[in-house]
Design a protein around this ligand. Structure first.
Ligand code: BMA
Length: 851
């Protein structure tokens, strides 16, 4: 195969003529192209328009509304390419042996493609790649002029919806009729910026006789440590009759040594003889484990299609050897919902992932890497790819394979009913087959899931889910496709799903929106006995620089009622009202924007901490907790823990503690305090639980010591202590501190604090945080040693004028007299004096002090 990426693009507004007349040819591509302006592919029409000064930055202020017209238009993309003389020569000499394909990896959505004036194909699904082989008369000389006419999906959706206004769904209901990312027409954290895009690469490919169409690698058998049988399926497409092709499969181990090889001859290759299956044995296989449970060794399968000495096509597939099962076993509470990888049960800790940009074509490898690094840095091991977004780029899944992040993969249906006509269902089947084939070799993916919340929403409205329109997609088409094409990976009908009640606590997975959306106190989380919590969340404002990016520099004088704010809160006005409701109840109404950002972030972090620690203390009765949501697709007030510019919120730092492999947590149950200790690591831990009642100036009133041995990855241990035993005399000044100390000289393993009153009822002292020392390690790195006179809660360390890339910790507690060293990395050189001048701190105590 030889490939040419098409890079030289221009765009312009479409006039509609090309499509409406159903033309088979266009004569004036060149003239059209002269009128176009430069475009980026992959990309998005909005960024092209903006780069050419035709629209303002859509993320700023309420510009989103000013660019609304873009989605009503049709758009034309044109490209120019020169075919290499060698390609033409081959086509000329042996026309029938060679084929040129035009491949569009992603078109959003309704495109008509013309090459040198001839229509070569149409697209109608943004999720899948399109391949068109170019007829000989289309490519006569080296000139290749490409034109893609993209019709307004808004108009197509309206047309398809037509008179069917009875389909139920959240947000714009016409989205259900078109197979494109559902969030593009607006979500409760996303803008409506629904234009046109060539959002993945476009290229030309030249083939001789035959090509490899698809490869699947599957762990067929695994005999504990001794041997694995790996099955490799290869699908070839032969377009010119030919005899005796050979296919070779080589397996490279993680150190890149050949470990197995097999060759097959395809006699008289022609259509209909496409499938080849290889069974290869691997001695002493190295198993892929989720992060924290073992290593992530990756093997490679190298597939070569030969004709004599000529290599016709080649593929390299990275894969892992592992098994995955979803354990659903009846027990006294209902039915378990536990993922088991290589027969090791795992607790899924992590987040829901939404597309990382409202313009997904503008995502880069670097941004994917940085985001996923931030997932694992926060001690998470699992992401759920939410069904209102996209099937992510290959680099996303490759990175998850490498980092050991388990992926719960939704199919792209969300919060709606869906059409059931034959045409739509055929399209869905084709999409599912394409996607399953594309992703099935990734060890990271542990589950296919039918949709997001469709059954639950319908059930809430109708009292049951069996009458849901589109149901046969999740009960028929998708499970059938998964079983046929990917038999080893579990499939789950929806999220949430669990028998008669889709959001059951007894079985299946569960979304908890009692807190936040349904306005309940965060203590309500403690009543939730769900078996796997795949969504729950809490909003906050993003970092101040992110707020400034959409609200302007004057943001200090803004209030939540200003346009820039309401435009960046998508859960209607009640989103911001909820922020206030919780602050009023748990903290206080802040005085200015900086405090507001800080307070909502700490509030969010406390809520998520309460929830996760509760569910982890039920390990494996509850076997997963996935925060809604990890990331943002633009700068916005939302449930994310990392904002659009990858600036962590307080919750991200809290997550590093509440997701840590070893956890000690405290929860109140009536007149008792329950101290849970969780060991998710694969090591035995010999420790001692130390319970103290302390006051804010550091006096320790009571100590309980309790030795404990934690076996690797076992269920949680709970120590229950009556409040009366703890001699608490003043719950507005005292708190319980729990520490897990090592008995093998490892010091403090984990620590937590529990306040017996709501934070707003505590009598906070002025903390007097002080920089004790600054230790420079280089021009750009070092550590800041902090101490505090009294307990300082949720200390934020920040620095205004010097761009500090990161602190090793933030939003941490400092007990009275404790010293803590926070490491930093600056993006340019700094001196100790500069740092001393511009470092500052904020903590919860400050919100309550009068000056
Ligand atoms: C869930 C999700 C999303 C939504 C989020 C916040 O139910 O599935 O649809 O964005 O809640 O409301």
């Amino acid at each position: 195969v030889e490939q040419i990426n098409i890079r030289d693009w221009r765009y312009q507004r479409g006039e509609g003529e090309l499509i409406k007349s159903g033309k088979e040819t266009v004569t004036d591509i060149l003239k059209l192209r002269e009128e176009g302006k430069s475009a980026s592919v992959p990309g998005s029409i909005y960024r092209d328009l903006q780069a050419n000064g035709e629209i303002p930055e859509p993320f700023f202020g309420d510009n989103e509304l000013k660019v609304r017209w873009v989605e009503e238009e049709d758009w034309i993309y044109t490209a120019r390419e020169t075919l290499p003389a060698a390609w033409l020569e081959r086509l000329r000499q042996a026309e029938r042996e060679w084929r040129v394909d035009l491949v569009c990896e992603g078109v959003d959505t309704f495109g008509t493609l013309f090459v040198n004036g001839y229509k070569v194909g149409r697209t109608d699904n943004a999720f899948i790649p399109w391949r068109f082989s170019l007829p000989r008369h289309v490519i006569e000389d080296s000139r290749l002029d490409l034109l893609v006419y993209i019709e307004s999906s808004t108009k197509v959706a309206e047309r398809l919806q037509g008179a069917n206004t009875d389909i139920h769904g959240a947000f714009d209901t016409s989205r259900a009729y078109v197979r494109r990312p559902q969030y593009l027409t607006g979500w409760d954290w996303g803008p409506r910026l629904s234009g046109a895009a060539l959002w993945r690469p476009v290229r030309l490919e030249l083939f001789h006789f035959s090509r490899i169409d698809d490869v699947m690698v599957r762990t067929k058998e695994l005999h504990e440590g001794q041997k694995a049988v790996v099955e490799v399926h290869v699908e070839t497409e032969t377009f010119s009759p030919i005899s005796d092709l050979s296919l070779e499969v080589t397996i490279l181990d993680p150190d890149r040594n050949d470990t197995a090889r097999e060759t097959k001859t395809i006699k008289k290759a022609r259509e209909g003889e496409r499938q080849q299956t290889f069974c290869l044995e691997i001695e002493r296989p190295r198993l892929w484990f989720p992060r924290g449970y073992g290593e992530q060794p990756l093997y490679n399968a190298l597939i070569t299609l030969q004709r004599g000495d000529e290599t016709l096509d080649q593929r390299n597939i990275q894969f892992g050897i592992r098994t995955v099962r979803l354990l659903r076993e009846k027990d006294e509470f209902g039915e378990s919902f536990v993922f088991s990888v290589n027969n090791t049960p795992v607790f899924c800790k992590g987040y829901n992932w939404i597309p990382a940009d409202i313009f997904p074509g503008t995502m880069t490898t670097e941004r994917y890497h940085a985001l996923l690094e931030k997932v694992v840095e926060s001690n998470a091991n699992c992401l759920r790819i939410w069904g209102g977004g996209i099937y992510e780029d290959d680099v996303f899944y490759e990175t998850c394979d490498r980092l050991g992040i388990m992926v719960w993969q939704d199919f792209m249906f969300a919060c709606s009913e869906y059409p059931e006509d034959e045409e739509f269902l055929t399209q869905v089947r084709n999409e599912a087959e394409t996607i399953v084939k594309r992703l099935r070799s990734h060890p990271a993916i542990i589950l296919w899931c039918g949709n997001n919340e469709n059954e639950w929403m319908h059930s809430g409205r109708e009292g049951g889910w069996k009458t849901l329109r589109g149901l046969s997609i999740y009960t028929g088409i998708l499970p059938e496709v998964c079983k046929r094409l990917d038999p080893d990976r579990p499939y789950w009908q929806s999220s949430p799903f669990g028998g008669d009640d889709p959001n059951s606590e007894e079985q299946g997975d569960r979304h908890n929106w009692n807190v936040w959306s349904a306005w309940n106190d965060m203590e309500k989380y403690l009543e939730d006995r769900g078996r796997f919590i795949s969504e729950f969340g809490f909003q906050s404002l993003p970092h101040r620089d992110t707020v400034a990016s959409f609200a302007g520099e004057e943001y200090d004088s803004l209030t939540l009622a200003d346009d820039a704010f309401t435009a960046h809160q998508k859960q209607d006005y009640l989103g911001n009202v909820r922020l206030l409701r919780y602050l009023l109840y748990y903290l206080t109404i802040p005085r200015d924007m900086n405090d507001f950002i800080y307070a909502t972030q700490v509030m969010q972090a406390e809520a998520l901490k309460t929830a996760v620690e509760h569910w982890r203390s039920r390990k494996f009765l509850t076997a997963g907790s996935l925060v809604w949501q990890f990331n943002d697709c633009w700068p916005v007030i939302s449930w994310s823990v990392l904002d659009y510019f990858q600036r962590p919120k307080a919750a991200w730092y809290f997550a590093r503690r509440f997701f840590a492999p070893l956890l000690i947590s405290l929860e109140r149950d009536g007149d008792d305090i329950c101290c849970a200790v969780v060991n998710d690591s694969m090591e035995e831990v010999r420790g001692e639980i130390v319970l103290e009642v302390r006051d804010s100036i550091g006096d320790s009133v009571e100590k309980h010591r309790h030795p404990i041995t934690l076996r690797p990855n076992e269920p949680a241990h709970t120590l229950r202590v009556g409040l009366d035993m703890l001699n608490i005399t003043d719950s507005s000044r005292q708190y319980v501190r729990a520490t897990l100390e090592s008995r093998d000289g490892g010091g403090i393993i984990a620590r937590n604090r529990y306040f017996l009153s709501r934070l707003r009822k505590i009598k906070w002292d002025k903390p007097g945080i002080e920089i004790k020392d600054i230790r420079m390690e280089s021009d750009t790195t070092g550590g800041v040693v902090l101490t505090s006179r009294t307990l300082a809660k949720s200390v934020e360390i920040a620095c205004d004028n010097i761009p500090l890339n990161r602190f090793s910790d933030n939003f941490f507690d400092l007990d009275a007299g404790e010293e803590k060293c926070i490491k930093f990395v600056a993006s340019s050189s700094v001196t100790m004096e500069e740092l001393r001048k511009c470092l500052y701190f904020r903590c919860l105590n400050d919100l309550f002090s009068s000056s």
